[in-house]
Design a protein around this ligand. Structure first.
Ligand code: GCU
Length: 365
C-alpha cells in the first residue's frame, strides 16, 4: 500500500470503491460496462495518479510502501537550517527503517512561508520550516519573538526556548492545526540598507524597510521612524534592486545566501531581534499517523537541533567574513541607543495580550 501526503485529500493511496448497485433494466449491459470502466478510470486518474505524480513518485517500483512527507521552506540549500533538516530526514529514515521519507523543497519552491503554512493547515503539506514571524498571523503569541531586545542575550534566548515557556509556545499552534516540532537558530536580525548605513535610530528616518509579514516587526520600524513594507523573502532581491525598499533586516547567513549584498552595501549589526525558526507539522496529517511514526518524527526533529546550532554559529562567522570580502561595510552601532528608541513599543504592548508574555520572557533568569 502507498500512503501519499499530498493535495487536500491528505493521505491517499487506497482507492476504495463502493459496492456497485446492480444495473437497472433500462440500461443495456454494454452501456453499464462503459460506465463502470469510465468511473474506475476517472477515480484512478483523480485520486491515485494525481497524488502519485504530484508527490514526485515517478519511477518508483510497484509495492513501494513508503510514507512520503513533504517539507517546504524558503531558504537556499546552503542554509544551515536546510543542512540540519537533511539530517532530520536521514534520522527519520533510519528510525523508520526506510519506511518514512522526508522530501525537502527549499528556496520557496512551494510558496512563501505564509502560503505554505496555509497548505500545511489543510493537510496538503506535512512539514514547513518557518520563521516564527510568519506564524504570528496564525498564532498571535508568536509575536513575542518579534519584540525588539526582549532577549537580553543569546544565552537568555536559548534559556527561554528550552524552558517551560519555550515548550508552551511550541505547542501554541495546536489551536491553528500547526504542531510545533522544534526551534532552530536564526540568530539576530540587523539592518542592511542601500543608500546609507543605519548606525543610529535617527538614521532610519525616511527609509522604507522590508519586514517579514509580522505586525510586531512593522511596528518596530515605525517606532524607529522608518516606514515598513511586508514583502515575501523570495521577492526581496528584486524589491531592493528596483528601489521599492531602501533596505531590510536579517541575520548574516540570509543576507549572504540571498545575495542581497549585491545591492545593499551597508550592514549595521544592531541585533534588534532574535526571531527563531521553527519546524512545524500539519495537525490534520499528524492525527492520522501512528504513535510510533509520531515518536520517530519528534525524536528526529529534537536530535537535529544541536547539530543545527553548531553549524549555524560557524556559518554566521563565515558569512560576515564573506560579506566584508564582497565590499559590504559592516558596523557595530551602539545597541543601547536602539533599545532606548523602541521603549515606546513596550509601553504600548503592556496594554495588549502580549504584555504578560513579554514580562514572562523577561522574568526568565
Ligand atoms: C530568516 C528566516 C527565514 C525567513 C527570513 C525572512 O532568514 O530564517 O525563515 O524567511 O528570515 O526574513 O523572511
Amino acid at each position: 500500500m502507498r500512503l501519499v501526503m499530498d493535495s487536500n485529500r491528505n493521505i491517499s493511496g487506497v482507492v476504495r470503491l463502493k459496492p456497485f448497485a446492480p444495473p437497472r433494466p433500462t440500461m443495456d449491459r454494454k452501456a453499464v460496462s462503459f460506465l463502470i470502466v469510465g468511473l474506475l478510470a476517472g477515480m484512478f486518474l483523480t485520486t491515485g495518479a494525481f497524488a502519485w505524480l504530484a508527490a514526485g513518485h515517478r519511477g518508483r517500483p510497484a509495492g513501494d510502501d513508503r510514507l512520503v512527507l513533504k517539507l517546504a521552506h524558503t531558504l537556499p540549500p546552503a542554509a544551515p537550517v536546510h543542512v540540519a533538516m537533511e539530517r532530520f530526514a536521514e534520522l527519520v529514515a533510519a528510525k523508520s527503517g526506510g519506511t518514512v521519507e522526508v522530501q525537502i523543497f527549499p528556496s520557496g519552491q512551494l510558496g512563501s512561508e505564509t502560503e505554505t503554512l496555509e497548505q500545511l493547515q489543510r493537510g496538503a503539506l506535512a512539514l514547513v520550516k518557518t520563521s516564527t514571524a510568519a506564524l504570528e498571523g496564525f498564532v498571535p503569541a508568536m509575536a513575542v519573538f518579534g519584540v525588539p531586545y526582549v532577549f537580553r542575550s543569546e544565552d537568555h534566548f536559548w534559556r527561554v526556548l528550552e524552558g517551560p515557556l519555550g515548550e508552551e509556545l511550541l505547542a501554541a499552534g495546536e489551536t491553528a492545526d500547526i504542531h510545533g516540532l522544534c526551534y532552530y537558530d536564526a540568530g539576530a536580525r540587523s539592518f542592511y540598507t542601500v543608500p546609507r548605513g543605519v548606525n543610529a535610530p535617527a538614521e532610519l528616518a525616511g527609509l522604507k524597510i522590508r519586514t517579514q509579514r509580522s505586525a510586531t516587526s512593522m511596528e518596530m520600524i515605525a517606532t524607529l521612524g522608518g516606514s515598513a513594507a511586508a514583502i515575501p523573502f523570495g521577492e526581496l532581491y528584486t524589491a531592493l534592486q528596483q528601489g521599492m525598499v531602501d533596505g531590510a533586516e536579517n541575520n548574516p547567513p540570509s543576507v549572504y545566501d540571498s545575495r542581497h549584498w549585491e545591492v545593499a552595501k551597508h550592514y549595521a549589526l544592531d541585533e534588534h531581534t532574535r526571531v527563531p525558526d521553527m519546524l512545524v507539522f500539519s495537525q490534520p496529517v499528524w492525527r492520522r499517523l501512528s504513535p510510533e511514526v509520531q515518536a520517530w518524527i519528534t525524536e528526529a526533529a529534537r536530535e537535529s537541533v544541536p547539530f543545527q546550532r553548531q553549524i549555524w554559529a560557524e556559518y554566521v562567522a563565515e558569512c560576515l567574513t564573506k560579506l566584508e570580502a564582497e565590499g559590504v561595510t559592516i558596523t557595530r552601532p551602539d545597541q543601547a541607543a536602539f533599545q532606548a528608541a523602541v521603549g515606546p513599543m513596550y509601553e504600548a504592548l503592556r496594554e495588549t495580550p502580549l504584555g504578560p508574555l513579554v514580562e514572562r520572557v523577561q522574568a526568565v533568569e
